[in-house]
Ligand binder design. Structure first.
Ligand code: ATP
Ligand code: MG
Length: 483
């Protein structure tokens, strides 16, 4: 590494005569591969950039850029490498459901909040007063309680009574208490969280918050919740639990970040001053975890986040309003501002605030985030169900089934033709053509995870199709024979 650094420095001094915007000194960007996460190379001097949080004022990250600019790709690359070098855990609060597939492919866990429940009144090791304060702050953000001071008071008082009444109460208990005390308006504000199909926060928790922070890669799919309000309440609550948990944890002198928490497109909780997203960023290094906030719309991100995060990635932005919003906080050159509108996918301006005393904030250009090849997924369509398998894994399964390389390629061609999707019946026809018996095809379909009732369906469909095709085949043969 020392040699590399020396080599680069000598190369750099030769190139410094060229005119270009200043880049941070290489010693701030380079790191041992096990100390930092590799991201890409600087545009002018081609210096490899390693994200080494020990050189930064804090480990929090913000990412902005128009749709398709590469925000999620950057997050995925980051989490993948962090898991490799530090065995970092990650929790993605997935607002739009876009991480779902990737997390499953990467061997992580997807928690669908629509199917789970999270008792809002869980204490999770906190004192009643502390938890009450947190719950009140969520309600303030979501129910505009500052406009209803009376109801605010009633709910707070109701919470105290509820906790005094029961050891493990739920929201239903709270609403009962409010109704009993004739606090009609307050009860009505909360009743929306009790409606059947929307009562995720009113039932006993099925989600084990204690385990979440150390379960490798976890995607919490908030997309499956019915409203933006519900998604925000879930996001806020999970952040509250995590924050308290990480606060209690001793700061161990160990390498790397233990946990990344990703909030992507969480506008409601990223621009409210009372939200824990802001508190976590503001408190900087206090916790041994790092928050990554991403958004298409920079104005959805509170200014505190933009000016306090140790690292900010600005991917392609076009709207003047959005660009000015960022530039007013970060103060980079006109040159960089212009470059941001001309970015291709993955190009970025990076703002880092270094902690060494002589260094301040630097914004520099990165030529394309050097990411991980995305996994390619094949999807086998059966009725209205899709069974997904990563391409290489699928090929391996076919190989084990006994297909030759040539045959595997034929299957691949069929998938690529359908943009990664293939009807199960077509797949079965292919296997039949290769000489496989029904019984072994059935076993294979089961191995893929296709449900029994669909397997029968697939075979009848294949048979019908073959019957129709048979006519054509016969005709062809007749013609050939005749010729
Ligand atoms: N650095 C990169 N190198 C190669 N391909 C990239 C890079 N960044 C993004 N891509 C590709 O560009 C596409 C869009 O990227 P991505 O999904 O990350 O965009 P996004 O900013 O998250 O968009 P949205 O706001 O709609 O969620 C993806 O197919 C991704 O694989
Ligand atoms: Mg995205």
């Amino acid at each position: 590494m020392v040699e590399l650094r020396e080599h680069l420095t000598s190369q750099l001094s030769q190139r410094l005569f060229l005119v270009h915007p200043p880049e941070p000194p290489p010693e701030l960007l380079l790191a041992e591969p096990s100390d930092g996460i590799y991201i890409g190379k600087t545009r002018w001097l081609n210096v490899p950039v390693f994200w080494d949080y020990t050189k930064l004022i804090n480990s929090h990250i913000a990412i902005v850029g128009i749709t398709g600019a590469g925000k999620s790709y950057l997050v995925k690359t980051f989490l993948t490498r962090a898991a490799i070098i530090w065995e970092s855990n990650a929790i993605i609060l997935d607002w739009t459901g876009e991480y779902n597939k990737w997390v499953r492919q990467a061997g992580g866990k997807v928690v669908s909040l629509g199917k789970e429940s999270l008792n809002l009144l869980d204490l999770a090791g906190l004192k009643v007063a502390e938890r009450t304060k947190q719950i009140m702050s969520s309600f303030e953000i979501l129910l505009d309680l500052h406009n209803f001071p009376e109801e605010r008071y009633d709910i707070e008082e109701g919470l105290e009574k509820t906790y005094a009444k029961e050891k493990t109460p739920t929201l239903s208990t709270l609403v009962e208490v409010l109704e009993k005390n004739k606090k009609k308006h307050a009860a009505r504000l909360l009743r929306r969280f009790l409606v059947e199909g929307s009562d995720f926060f009113a039932r006993t928790s099925t989600l084990e918050m204690e385990k979440l922070a150390e379960s490798g890669l976890v995607c919490i799919d908030l997309h499956s919740l019915p409203t933006e309000e519900m998604r925000s309440l879930a996001g806020l609550t999970i952040l509250q639990f995590l924050k308290e948990r990480m606060r209690k944890e001793e700061l161990k002198e160990q390498k790397g970040i233990r946990l990344f928490v990703v909030v992507d497109e969480a506008w409601k909780i990223a621009n409210d001053e009372r939200s824990d997203v802001i508190t976590i960023v503001r408190e900087g290094r206090k916790y041994n975890f790092s928050i990554i906030v991403a958004s298409q719309n920079p104005t959805d991100m509170h200014k505190t986040i933009i000016s306090n995060v140790g690292t900010m990635f600005i991917l392609r932005l076009v709207l003047r309003e959005y660009k000015d919003y960022i530039r007013n906080s970060l103060n980079y050159s006109h040159y960089i501002d212009e470059a941001i509108s001309a970015f291709g996918v993955g190009d970025a301006a990076v703002n880092m605030i270094f902690s060494s005393r002589s260094e301040k904030a630097h914004t520099f250009l990165l030529d394309k985030i050097d990411g991980e090849e995305p996994l390619f997924v094949y999807s086998i369509k059966v009725g209205n169900m899709n069974v997904e398998k990563e391409r290489e894994e699928f090929s391996r399964m076919l190989y084990e089934l006994g297909l030759t390389d040539e045959q595997i390629n034929l299957v691949k061609v069929e998938f690529e033709r359908g943009d990664g999707v293939l009807e199960a019946s077509t797949f079965v026809s292919l296997l039949e053509r290769f000489g496989y018996a029904h019984s072994s095809i059935m076993t294979f379909l089961r191995q893929l995870g296709i449900e029994e009732k669909f397997i029968v369906e697939v075979f009848s469909l294949t048979r019908r199709r073959r019957a129709a095709k048979g006519v054509v085949d016969l005709k062809l043969r007749d013609e050939e024979e005749g010729a």
